[in-house]
Design a protein around this ligand. Structure first.
Ligand SMILES: CC(C)(COP(=O)(O)OP(=O)(O)OC[C@H]1O[C@@H](n2cnc3c(N)ncnc32)[C@H](O)[C@@H]1OP(=O)(O)O)[C@@H](O)C(=O)NCCC(=O)NCCS
Length: 172
């Protein structure tokens, strides 16, 4: 039975052979919408044996919560191509990304945006849905309130304080 493993790459250090594969997965897995998305800084790749089967992006950003600076770690671009779904691969990527946010980034909280149907997937890994307003930048520099589900991962043992979240840049 092939072994499931995960690797975290800084985006600049991603093996070049993976870039076209990830670009193809993105086309298959996501529909373009009104947002321009932030570039990811790290990439978690899940391997089944030697085959890449799932991806999660991670970003780190100084954001604002109710006008006060707050560093956040972001989970982004969670995707498994259709032929590999429902085998726990995305779950492996989400779990590894959470560890990376805690141990390497030392962020107090992770943040992701998603749709209502994906909430159980993230909740199984400790992510909590919150109702706080989320402000994101549009390409023209204006700010907009995003209406997606916002989920937070407490990483330092403190409860989420709540408040208006400003990502201070493009969404992830
Ligand atoms: C969402 C997505 C990343 C999930 O990827 P995945 O690798 O299938 O995820 P997992 O296998 O870890 O979990 C998916 C489901 O399969 C179930 N599952 C996991 N292992 C399983 C197994 N061995 N047998 C049967 N089901 C299994 C999980 O319990 C989960 O159930 P849920 O949908 O009720 O929550 C994938 O469907 C995708 O790329 N979708 C399009 C892009 C997208 O929406 N990304 C998320 C943006 S927020």
């Amino acid at each position: 039975m092939p072994e499931i493993t995960t690797t975290v790459y800084a985006d600049a250090a991603l093996p070049e052979a993976l870039r076209p594969l990830l670009a193809a997965w993105e086309k298959t897995c996501f529909t373009p919408n009104e947002y321009t998305w932030s570039r990811v800084q790290w990439r978690v790749i899940v391997w089944d044996g030697g085959t890449p089967v799932s991806h999660t992006g991670v970003v780190a950003r100084r954001c604002m919560l109710d006008g006060q600076p707050l560093p956040l770690a972001g989970l982004s671009t969670v995707m498994t191509p259709p032929e590999y779904r429902r085998r726990g691969y995305a779950s492996a990527a989400i779990a590894r990304a959470g560890e990376f946010m805690q141990e390497a980034l030392r962020a107090p909280f992770g943040l992701l945006v998603t749709g209502p149907d994906r909430v159980p997937l993230y909740a199984r890994h400790g992510w909590q849905q919150v109702d706080d307003p989320l402000l994101v930048a549009m390409p023209d520099g204006s700010k907009r309130r995003m209406t997606a589900v916002v989920m937070i991962l407490p990483l330092a043992g403190c409860p989420w304080p709540g408040g208006t979240i400003d990502l201070c840049g493009l969404p992830w």
